[in-house]
Design a protein around this ligand. Structure first.
Ligand code: RB5
Length: 147
């Protein structure tokens, strides 16, 4: 399954972003590299997180992968957008269930937290796991955007 994926990072996630962009294109996904294009600060994670979240909302992207030092700020920013469900994952179990139960459309990773090997395990499971579609999960996801 080929996906339209936005990949973005700040300086804390630049190195891991480079790896993922190249590998995802090798897997024949259509990848938009939102930057940053340097490991040198300053770069502010909300800048790329806003672009990615807008693109998910308007259907330009089916998924987004955002990397910063921890990935936490990226998730906080993206989750401001109704319909965007960003999951900060540092393990494969969380990645799998962020898809199966939460239908996450954004994955955030910590470039200063995990190595490239684990990052690929997380990304592969996240891209390959379908949303379960169970009524209880649909009900809960609907309630996310109903404060
Ligand atoms: C940058 O130093 C760091 O704060 C940022 O990459 C990220 O971890 C924020 O959530």
């Amino acid at each position: 399954m080929t996906l339209r994926i936005a990949v973005g990072a700040d300086h804390g996630g630049f190195e891991l972003k480079k790896e993922l962009v190249e590998g995802l294109r090798d897997l024949k996904h259509v990848v938009d590299d939102l930057g940053t294009f340097s490991a040198e600060p300053p770069s502010d994670y909300p800048d790329v997180a806003h672009i990615a979240a807008h693109g998910i909302q308007d259907g330009q992207y089916e998924r987004a992968i955002l990397i910063s030092g921890t990935g936490i700020g990226m998730a906080m920013t993206a989750n401001r957008y109704p319909g965007v469900r960003a999951a900060n994952c540092g393990d494969v179990f969380s990645a799998r269930y962020s898809r199966a139960h939460n239908d996450a459309n954004v994955l955030t990773l910590g470039g200063r937290v995990i190595g490239v090997g684990l990052a690929w395990e997380i990304v592969n499971v996240w891209l390959q796991t379908p949303f379960s579609g169970g009524d209880r999960h649909v009900r809960r996801i609907t309630k996310i955007d109903q404060p």
